[in-house]
Design a protein around this ligand. Sequence first.
Ligand code: DAH
Length: 345
Amino acid sequence: MSAEIFAKVKQVIEEIESAIPQDVDQLEKFRIRFLGSKNIIKPMMGEIRNIANEQKREFGQLVNSAKQIAEQKFQNLKSAVESAAESAKAQDIDLTAPAEPLALGARHPISITMNRIVDIFSRIGFTVAEEREIEDDWYNFTAMNTPENHPARDMQDTYYLKGSAETLLRTHTSSVQARVMTTQQPPIRIIAPGRVYRNETVSARSHCQFHQIEGLYVDENVSFADLKQTLLYFAKEMYGPETKIRLRPSFFPFTEPSAEMDVYMGTADEKSYRLTKGTGWLEVLGCGMVDPQVLTNCGIDAEKYTGFAFGIGIERSAMQFYDISDIRLLFENDVRFLDQFKSAL
Ligand code: DAH
């Protein structure tokens, strides 16, 4: 009698050991049969009363081991079946499906234009100098030879910081000239791109913030011919190899002599006609020989060194290149506007 019952348990153990559930369903059947609330091992424990006393202990251990084997096997199979299900799912991925589109940003037309100009001057040895937008009156005006009563200093044009007569938002990148010349000795060859501010009424043609690129070259024997050659090189790189320029005498407090450079656009197409007000000439920059007084103000020996400087307005060029009719569009950050420059470098 005992031997028969023992054999029954051993048979169940064999069954457990040889079972190979292949999927989640088969594994669940395994669990119900050997570990569920009505499993086939449980009633076997009841058979212990039919076992001879001296074998009861051995029998109990055997039934318990059946339970443990089933439990152990279930745990192992469970992780195997689950990871198989995972990898089956992974195989469902369609490797030929097109990738999720990557949203590409766009550069601002002002940045594109500034980068182009910086690039042109870097090729002939100018390095970039960047300086603060909140500036001391001295660097923006006094050092740059702009007298106390000069109209450019008028509260109408300049944004002073609240409660200060000394601290302002720079009105031009020429302040960078003073910053560089007070900290470096010649040879100096820099370009300074940046944002400037003036208290002007905002309209389609003018804004209270805009961008300039300042250029400064100070060394021994720098002449007006060097300035002209440099600007001609710039104009040809920027507007095409056939470009013609003209220099008109002008006035700036920090240069002597001073000039303004125009680029010839012609009047053939309507856009050029409109842009040049019918003259064919587009004003691009102000320039001149650095006034010796400015060199002296900044601690540079004006007997030994001469220099030239120029200031290029960015907005007008950007608007001309990209056919933008209203300057305000450049500062509104409307993505519908900015999206249009996605393909530009
Ligand atoms: N700072 C001048 C302006 O904002 C532009 C300018 C003119 C810069 C002549 C220069 C220069 O460096 O030489 O209108």
